[in-house]
Every structure is written in C-alpha cells, then in structure tokens.
Design a protein around this ligand. Structure first.
Ligand code: APR
Ligand code: PHB
Length: 390
C-alpha cells in the first residue's frame, strides 16, 4: 500500500488532519489500534473553542454540532460559597465556547471520512514506523493477523500519549518537559439535568470540583482526588455527598441522578521538543499533555493539525519545505501558552497537599482578583475561548 501521508491514530488530531488534507486534495490513510465502536464511545472532555467550532463548520461536519452543541458565553468561578461569572462574550468581543462531547466530534469526523470513501483502518495491530530519517518512511502493522506495509511521503504521529510514534524517535533527538500533579480527577456522567446553565469551577478547602454537562439531560461532574484513587472506594452516595459539599452556595441546589459512568484520571503537563523528527510529525497528545482544568486537550490537538495541513499543503502545491521546517516552532508557541494557561487554572483551583495556609490565602486573593479586575478576567476569557491561530 502507498499513500502521501500515513496518519497513525483516529483521535481528534488524526481525524481532523485527514479531513483537512482531503480538502487540499492530499491522500492519506488513517490507522487506528482500536475498533470504530471503541473510539466512538470513549468518554473524554467536551468543551470546543470557537475556532474548533468554526473549523467543524468549514469542513462540513458541523451539522449535529449546530443542533446539539450548547453555546456557553461564560463560566462561573465559585469560592467562599458564592459564584462569580466570567462573561466571555463581553470580555472577548462576542466569542464563546460550545459544549459538545469529544466522542460526538469523533463520530462526525469518521462519518464524513467514510462517506467520502477514504480509508480508516480500525483494529490495526502492532503498528510500527520505519525509515523516518530517510526519503520514504514506512508504517508496518497487521490486519486480522496478516502483515501489511504502508509506504508514505510523511507520517503524522497522532497516536496519543501512549502511542508508538514518540518512542520511535531517538531519545537524544528530543527534550521532554514534564510535571505531574499530586492529584487526579474523579469524573462521573450522571442522568441529571445540569444544575447550572454554565460550567462551575469550584475552589473549596476539601478540594476542587467542576460541574459540566453533555446535554440538557446529562451532567458531567468532577472531584479532585488522589492521583491513584481507587474508584471502588467511591460508591455513588459518597460522590454526591462530596459534590454537595464542594459546590455548595447560598440558594443553589445540586440535582442528583443515576451515575452512568465513573473513572479517575491523573493530571500532568508534558511537552516534547521538537514535535518533528525527519519525516515524522507529532500532533496532539502524542506531543503534549495538559491538565484538563482549562479544557484544552482536544483544542490544542486541532491547532497542531491546522498548522500541519497548511505546511503539507504548501509542500504538495509548490515543493517548498519552509512551513514544514517551521512546523514545530509554530506549534510550540501556542503549545507553551496553552500549557501556561492550563497550569495556571490548575494551580488556581486545586488544593495542593503541601500547600500551607499562606498558599490558600494567596489562592483566594487570586480568585478575588480574577473575578473583580476586568484585566484579569479578560486574560482568563481570551485563553478559555481560544487564542487566535498564528
Ligand atoms: N497504532 C494506532 N493507533 C494508536 C496507537 C497505535 N500504536 N496507539 C494509540 N492509537 C490511537 C488511540 O487508540 C487513539 O484513538 O491513537 C488515538 C489517539 O487519540 P487521542 O488519545 O484522543 O489523542 P489526540 O487525537 O491527540 O487528541 C487529544 O484527546 O485524549 C484526548 O484529552 C485528550 O482532548 C485530548 C485529545
Ligand atoms: C468536561 O465537560 O468534560 C470538561 C469541562 C471543562 C473542563 C474539563 C472537562 O475544564
């Protein structure tokens, strides 16, 4: 098999890239380790920056998003038992975010790709990459036990944090920046109408809590927990009890419902530099991880592949390699700004196990500042709705 761009991974990075390249008339093959059903049902985050929403419409995959997405013109920061709204529209000249689950985005992208009769090979086994620093890299894998080989001009490593692409780069060619946080998030999906129209990020002495949603019938809620928390220690009643305590505010009530799904995720900040080696270009979680507090993971993956598709477009249209050579530098400027924002939101809102009373008073002062200074609120808002693309 031959193609122009071999894309490893059918997450947001791989699928957006495939559609962006399709639009430029560039051939690609997407290889995915899991089944279609698995990737379409995997529960992930659900906040789309306005630029990500625009891109979905541009690519012609925004029809369900238009009908089912929930536009949010702000968020609430809750502390000291009171809520404080950050008004995105007012602070950013009319921009907002849209709540639409990542796995719904995935369904829309896969449907569009398959409707155009372009290949996604699901359940590809033992994927490996070869000849990255040569003229024609290859991807080897197995389908139903039979060995296969895909020759390409370029490989896009869109295979997430635990994929094979980043580890295929010689260690001495990369610098890794890494920070783990001393807490995780326990997340639930509940059959309960959201108790607020907008997301609530709550700072509490018992730890952070977040109220989010998926639809007018389904709430998504998170609690700060130990990084290696055992979900078995959290029967439903304990989860609700804790959410009630951390989200408490005068005159406000949290609506409970049947818990349909629960799980624990760790939190880290991670950056690989550069995001390229020879003919391999890393994008999305394969190159960087942010803690989920700023809701940036999916949006940052999308920003990477916008840059990559432009660079590949330039190459195939004119033979020029200028943008490809700058891919990593262009992406990393945004990556580090988004890292900073995600780290900042995380530091602002969580209780740190080694934090002393001084740290907690400082956090409260910062929350007070962010919710009372227009300049500070605007900084949060412009980052949350998404910085402009370079
Ligand atoms: N071969 C083929 N596919 C692979 C391999 C492999 N060896 N390893 C991983 N994959 C697939 C995964 O099954 C997954 O479907 O690559 C895909 C990577 O997708 P994501 O993990 O969603 O990463 P990305 O597309 O970069 O999107 C980042 O998704 O993980 C969330 O929170 C994250 O929102 C962020 C966004
Ligand atoms: C979510 O809805 O899953 C969500 C929302 C906001 C975040 C993180 C996750 O910051």
């Amino acid at each position: 098999m031959k193609t122009q761009v071999g894309i490893i991974g059918a997450g947001p990075a791989g699928l957006f890239l495939a559609l962006l390249l399709q639009r430029l008339g560039i051939e690609s093959v997407v290889l995915e380790a899991h089944t279609r059903n698995y990737v379409e049902e995997r529960v992930r985050a659900g906040v789309l920056e306005y630029g990500t929403v625009e891109l979905m419409h541009e690519l012609g995959v925004g029809e369900r998003l238009r009908r089912q997405g929930l536009e949010h013109g702000g968020i609430e920061l809750r502390f000291g038992g009171a809520g404080h709204r950050i008004d995105f529209r007012e602070l950013t000249g009319g921009k907002c975010v849209t709540i639409y689950a990542q796995h719904e985005v995935i369904k829309d992208l896969i449907a569009a790709r398959l409707a155009a009769n372009r290949p996604i090979l699901f359940a590809a086994e033992n994927v490996s990459v070869h000849g990255l620093d040569g003229e024609r890299p290859t991807i080897q894998f197995q389908m139903n036990g039979a060995p296969e080989k895909l020759e390409c001009d370029f490989v896009a490593g869109c295979d997430g944090f635990h994929g094979v692409c980043r580890p295929s780069i010689p260690a001495n060619a990369l610098t890794i920046y890494d920070r783990e946080y001393p807490f995780g998030w326990l997340g639930i999906l509940a059959q309960a109408p959201p108790s607020s129209h907008e997301l609530i990020y709550a700072y509490h002495e018992r730890g952070f809590a977040l109220l989010s949603m998926r639809s007018p019938e389904i709430s998504r809620l998170y609690l700060q927990c130990e990084p290696d928390e055992h979900i078995a220690g959290w029967p439903d009643e304990r989860i609700w009890e804790e959410l009630h305590k951390r989200l408490a505010a005068d005159g406000w009530k949290l609506t409970e419902g049947a818990i349909m799904q629960k799980g624990v995720t760790g939190m880290r900040s991670f950056v690989t530099e550069p995001m390229q080696f020879g003919k391999l270009f890393l994008a999305g979680d394969a190159a960087h991880i942010v803690p989920p507090t700023g809701a940036k993971g999916l949006n940052l993956a999308v920003a990477d592949v916008r840059v990559l598709s432009r660079a590949l477009g330039e190459f195939y249209a004119s033979g020029k390699t200028g943008l490809l050579a700058r891919y990593s530098d262009i992406c990393l400027r945004r990556v580090w700004k988004v890292q900073r924002f995600s780290w900042w939101m995380t530091s602002l809102l969580h209780r740190f196990p080694d934090g002393n009373p001084f740290d907690r008073r400082r956090q409260l002062a910062e929350l007070d500042y962010v919710t009372s200074s227009r300049a500070a609120a605007q900084t949060l808002a412009e980052n949350y709705v998404g910085l402009p693309m370079e």
